[in-house]
Design a protein around this ligand. Sequence first.
Ligand code: COA
Length: 324
Amino acid sequence: MDDFDLELRAGTLDDAEIVADLEAARNPEDPRDPMMLRHWWTAGRPPDEVHMELVAEREGAAVAFLGAGHDPWDTIPKRFGWLRPLVHPKHWSLTRFGQLIDAGESWLREEQGAIAVARLRESFRDELRIFEDRGYREVRRSKVSELDLVAGREHLLASAGRSREQMKKQGVRLMTLDQDDDPDRMRKLYELSKAAEQDIPTTVPLRPPPYDEWHRFWFENPGIRPDRYWIARKGDEIVGLSVIGFPPKRGLPWTFFTATSRSVRGQGVARALKCETVAQAISLGAQRIRTNNDGANAPILHLNTEMGYRPIDPVIELHRELGT
Ligand SMILES: CC(C)(COP(=O)(O)OP(=O)(O)OC[C@H]1O[C@@H](n2cnc3c(N)ncnc32)[C@H](O)[C@@H]1OP(=O)(O)O)[C@@H](O)C(=O)NCCC(=O)NCCS
């Protein structure tokens, strides 16, 4: 019988493995990598983020998880706090899912949060409905899409070839980060990345990270390697980047970020960089890659469509005022 109560206890870093398994059970097609999750929980989050984790465990497996958190209030214009409730599909019930939302909201209220934010795949219809019944409303959606590297191989390699030629004519050099010998490359990359992040359409503001935090976030990520991190150089400047993360143990590769400096936008630099990452993924034997972009990010969505990405399950961002 499946009539036990969830006994939630405080989560620790040691739970990364069982929580990754729980996430994998919810999404078997793209199972969460435990090392990646550990990274998101450590170097992958701002050191001053306020957060809490609860886990319910049975026979050594996680049956439920709740994460919640927020940036320090004096660093953001509105008191947004996020919550992430997860119940193992074998043990999912409306009551259990609701219990996690309650726990997340009451923690956020104690923290004086004003708006609860949840992000959820559209296909999790029961969970969406529970959020909506509680007054959550969609404020944004991002488009998740997948590129078939087997079916699209010839088209993608031909596009990469054309883009390479175009970049040569424009005096733009494409290379991986490990091939760049500029001693100042990391600072330049940081400045480019920090500025471009602010141009991503969003409702919840993205806090610009200090250099050390940015460096840990990207380069301690177990899915990222300098020889798979593509950059574009024009003269002395780094004018673009694109990077696919390859989870070390399991799960699909995802494009983590593509960015160009404002001075070169509309000149094909992002397309050329994305093409290089894709050509490399093909040579590494990857069969498909994914990407997640805000629904209002027209240029990147245009590029994705042109490359042959096909839309899959979108992610809905829901907000609720916590006053009541
Ligand atoms: C998204 C981004 C990387 C695009 O860089 P870029 O160097 O301008 O890209 P490209 O020049 O290679 O291609 C842009 C394409 O989008 C098209 N485009 C631009 N604005 C558009 C719009 N509003 N609607 C539709 N297409 C648009 C351009 O016409 C071009 O296509 P084309 O060559 O077929 O004409 C850049 O705008 C950026 O850094 N934005 C901030 C960071 C970001 O949002 N990254 C993506 C999410 S991770």
